[in-house]
Design a protein around this ligand. Structure first.
Ligand SMILES: [Zn+2]
Length: 352
């Protein structure tokens, strides 16, 4: 209902020229739109999770819209400096990708390069060295792919429970049970990898084919080196995709991540994105101490000079968003319309 109202309102604002007025307004000129993406589908990932993955076609349309709206896509570091210096160009945008799944190399970057836009990749580095599927992502994806099956949990966790995977609620029940099992047993990366292979077998999925395509794998260190040489700005997202509540462990996550990025790219990373969008006021002095100059969240909004530089909001694009809604973010008109909050504070509603 809200969506339909919004579409109609946006269409009428576009027809009356209000969108163009806002696009060129002083209000918009003092704001930076930081776009956030995770993955571009290798095959059907956007059908599994449209907020984590976007189809190649939709992504191409977004890049065309950025160009058509004459948005100025700036490198992230420059955009943040110019935001606080009150020196942004008209229609300023920065583009960011989180995590660094292998599709960035094969799907996202070739398109971004074609449009000659600068891009920042917040890279989590553990899974770059350990080049196997990212456990949380692959587990959830396999349960969705196996949605025509009945999963006997006994064969995975030992629990005496059969789950009909047809509904997304049932898939979530299975996911939670498997995660709890992996956590309480403190499974190693190798053991979790074996669990995924077993889950694929129990849900009749051709796992070798997914491994061959490197679905839900991270970029290899060599790919990261290549991307950096091609101009991709590689930045911090913690080594193991987590933000411990203990100061020393938190800083170690940043340092391990930074050192890995340095080894792969030869550059010193100083911009940070909170894994899973989870942030806490306690983290701010720790980030300062670690020499981090900016932090982005998954809170929805435009960054302004009033934003805390370590808590910059972004706009998480998703596969189900219509072109007119996306355009309303480029113009800034979206700020005047009601919107649903995507999850609670510090949450992006997903696993990454
Ligand atoms: Zn992430």
């Amino acid at each position: 209902m809200l969506k339909r109202f919004k579409q109609a309102a946006l269409m009428s604002l576009k027809t009356t020229g209000v969108s163009t007025l806002v696009l060129n307004s002083r209000w918009r000129r003092q704001r930076l739109l930081i776009l956030a993406y995770h993955g571009i589908s290798l095959s059907d990932e956007h059908l599994w999770n449209g907020s984590q993955f976007i189809s190649t076609d939709v992504f191409r349309t977004r890049l065309q819209q950025l160009r058509k709206s004459r948005c100025e896509v700036l490198p992230l570091g420059e955009a943040i400096e110019r935001l606080y210096a009150n020196d942004l160009p008209d229609r300023a945008v920065a583009m960011t990708f989180d995590d660094g799944t292998s599709d960035f190399h094969r799907r996202a970057f070739p398109l971004i390069k074609e449009f000659e836009f600068p891009v920042t990749l917040y890279l989590t580095t553990f899974y770059s060295y350990y080049n196997r599927p990212v456990f949380d992502l692959m587990c959830s994806y396999l349960l969705w792919k196996g949605r025509n099956e009945i999963l006997d949990l006994k064969t995975i966790t030992g629990e005496d429970l059969k789950i009909d995977l047809r509904s997304s609620g049932a898939q979530e029940t299975a996911r939670l049970a498997i995660h709890a099992f992996a956590r309480t047993r403190k499974l190693s990366a190798e053991e979790k990898d074996a669990l995924l292979a077993n889950l694929a077998r129990r849900t009749s999925i051709d796992y070798d084919s997914l491994l061959d395509q490197r679905v839900m794998h991270n970029l290899t260190p060599d790919e990261v080196t290549q991307l950096a040489a091609d101009g991709v700005d590689i930045q911090l997202h913690t080594h193991r995709h987590r933000t411990p509540g203990d100061r020393a462990l938190f800083i170690r996550e940043i340092e391990d991540n930074r050192q890995s990025i340095q080894e792969m790219t030869g550059t010193h990373a100083s911009h940070f994105c909170y894994p899973s969008g989870v942030y806490d006021p306690r983290f701010l002095p720790w980030l300062d101490e670690a020499g981090v100059v900016s932090g982005t969240t998954c809170e929805t909004g435009f960054a302004s000079r009033g934003s805390n530089q370590l808590l910059l909001p972004r706009f998480l694009d998703n596969n189900t968003l219509s072109s007119i809604e996306f355009e309303s973010w480029l113009t800034g008109i979206s700020a005047a319309l009601p919107r649903r909050r995507a999850g609670g504070r510090g949450s992006n509603g997903g696993t990454l």
